[in-house]
Design a protein around this ligand. Structure first.
Ligand SMILES: Nc1ncnc2c1ncn2[C@@H]1O[C@H](COP(=O)(O)OP(=O)(O)OP(=O)(O)O)[C@@H](O)[C@H]1O
Ligand SMILES: O=P(O)(O)OC[C@H]1O[C@](O)(CO)[C@@H](O)[C@@H]1O
Ligand SMILES: [Mg+2]
Length: 532
């Protein structure tokens, strides 16, 4: 057995392992249990330990099918693992949500550590797995699909894996496709998803009917925050019906807007791909008289791609994200800054996340809100709008001609295949996912938390979105690198808040001075970063 690898400190035994003694095995994977226990919505499985330790556990099939039989994990006879010591995860291993702790602070929330268990709740021949991809594209989707298929086959001898085509609606509107190690062999080299994807169409009853009718007993659902909400409702219905079926979420989003997890797959690839657009904008801007390059990047509600692409590039003069409001006109406004930067440097690059400035555009253009099939607000084109506003501003200054180039690579950065590091990440995610399902865990999203893969209950993933915290040091680093104004009022800063559970300790002198020091306010009461 592997020794406990708890990130903060060894955890006490808090939750009984699933019962090892079983009276009888359910014959069919989809035969309902005689009387499944009723499952409440978002029922939390919490357990406490010493020092303020809390385990936020994930459901197990035996929670509502207590008589399920378990088997020795076939991995123990796998030649590839014969030399691996401590291959199985200790049942008490947990991963701390919070890694930075203080002498007196409570140990806080922990999640069950991902990985193979000594006992599994499926025999190889019994598994019928299904994989579905939902929401927008993201580099790495095909790698996750490939590694689920190959991992189930190679590690657990599972031969029955099906793809659901076209997102959630494919469960009830399309035939399944058989996925074999041979058929998925090369797919990780391609962008997109070989299964297709869609928005909308999440009709829980019809999806669970299809799962039941097809005898599917492991569902791997790859998608973003919306998809994980859908997965949670599917899991509730499966438990309500008492079906032996593990529901596993694999978090996918180019926006990196999924809470709790370290980072979503494909994000690194997207940031890397964005460099090409920023470089092009820089080359164009540098080569023209008062050249301005505007690059729009994805990021509906969260500006992570824009923030990291800006930091990586060092060619960016201004980064605009949804979390940080800005204004155009007047002292301390964006147009004044553009003018100043052009006078100083002769060129500039602006990176804008697609969700930035939406309220400003709506105000100036009077558009009614529209939504996509999943209910997401359709965004107005901030890149086009901003370019227009900058052009109009300089048209009023005949002695200040500018050349502006607008580059919109949004779909290009998410349609590429994943890079090497995302490929490795996707492989580990897929393996963690299938080990959890084989061990009988269900109703969880798998992802790294502080560098360790963990099984996280759906409600934790879906209760809020991950956003750039503009009062954190990372955003300050961006402002330092671009030397742009931060455009914020004191009210904006107060409203921005802090990460939950962060202790509000007295500030070290000089720390976060960017948003606290009154000497950095301009005449309008706006805070500025000391841009030239
Ligand atoms: N609140 C919800 N409850 C159940 N299902 C949902 C919910 N929100 C979205 N879904 C379903 O999840 C699927 C994907 O949702 P959405 O289009 O929002 O993308 P996503 O998973 O958030 O990914 P991304 O935003 O990264 O593209 C859709 O089929 C949608 O119907
Ligand atoms: O045009 P589509 O496919 O709806 O996707 C656009 C959205 O999808 C994402 O890539 C992921 O949510 C967002 O960044 C973007 O706003
Ligand atoms: Mg989403």
């Amino acid at each position: 057995m592997e020794t406990a690898t708890v990130v903060v400190a060894p955890a006490p035994v808090v939750v009984a392992s699933p019962p090892q003694h079983k009276l009888m095995e359910l014959k069919s994977s989809f035969a309902p249990a005689a009387k499944p226990s009723p499952v409440k919505k978002h029922k939390k499985k919490l357990a406490g330990g010493c020092g303020g330790y809390v385990l936020e556990d994930v459901p197990h099939l035996t929670d509502y099918l207590p008589e399920l039989k378990s088997y020795p994990n076939p991995l123990q006879d796998h030649p590839a693992y014969s030399v691996v010591k401590q291959y199985f995860v200790n049942p008490d291993d947990t991963v701390a949500k919070k890694i930075v702790v203080h002498k007196g602070s409570a140990r806080g929330t922990h999640f069950r550590r991902a990985g193979p268990r000594q006992r599994v709740y499926f025999q190889p021949g019994e598994v019928t797995a299904a994989i579905v991809t939902c929401g927008g594209l993201c580099p790495g989707l095909n790698t996750v699909i490939r590694e689920l298929v190959c991992g189930l086959h190679d590690m657990y001898g599972v031969t029955s894996v099906y793809g659901i085509e076209g997102g959630y609606k494919g469960f009830y509107a399309r035939n399944t496709v058989e996925l074999t190690p041979r058929s998925v062999n090369d797919i990780h080299k391609r962008g997109g998803t070989v299964l297709g994807t869609s928005r909308g169409g999440q009709v829980t009853d019809k999806i669970v009917d299809s799962i039941q009718d097809r005898g599917i007993n492991q569902v791997y659902i790859i998608g973003g925050d919306g998809t994980q909400k859908g997965a949670a409702t599917i899991n509730e219905e499966i438990q309500r019906r008492g079906i032996k079926c593990a529901v596993v979420g694999v978090p996918k989003t180019i926006d990196n807007d999924i809470a709790v997890i370290d980072k979503s797959f494909g994000f690194d690839t997207a940031v890397e791909e964005a460099q090409r657009a920023i470089n092009a904008a820089h080359v164009e801007a540098e080569s023209a008289e008062n050249g301005v390059g505007v690059v729009k990047l994805m990021g509906r509600n969260s500006g992570f791609i824009a923030m990291y692409a800006t930091l990586a590039s060092r060619d960016v003069d201004c980064c605009l994200i949804p979390e940080s409001p800005f204004y155009l006109e007047g002292k301390g406004g964006l147009l004044e800054f553009v003018e100043r930067r052009l006078r100083d440097n002769g060129h500039m690059v602006i990176v804008v996340a697609e969700g930035a400035g939406q309220d400003l555009i709506a105000k100036s253009m009077n558009f009614a809100d529209t939504h996509d099939a999943s209910g997401n607000k359709v965004l107005l084109d901030v890149g086009l709008w901003l370019s227009q506003k900058i052009k109009e501003h300089f048209k009023r200054k005949p002695n200040f001609p500018i050349t502006l180039k607008y580059i919109d690579p949004t779909y290009m950065i998410r349609a590429v295949p994943s890079n090497a590091s995302d490929n490795v990440y996707c492989t580990l995610l897929a393996h963690s996912a299938l080990h959890g399902a084989m061990a009988g865990y269900t109703g969880f999203t798998v992802a790294p938390v502080n560098g360790r893969h963990a099984y996280i209950p759906f409600y934790r993933i879906t209760e809020k979105q991950n956003k750039v915290v503009i009062t954190d040091r990372m955003w300050a680093r961006v402002l330092c690198s671009t030397n742009q104004p931060c455009f914020l009022t004191h009210e904006d800063v107060e409203g921005a808040g802090q990460e939950e559970e962060e202790p509000h300790l007295p500030m070290v002198e000089g720390e976060n001075a960017l948003v606290k020091s009154p000497s950095m306010c301009n005449g309008n009461g706006h805070l500025c970063s000391g841009a030239a």
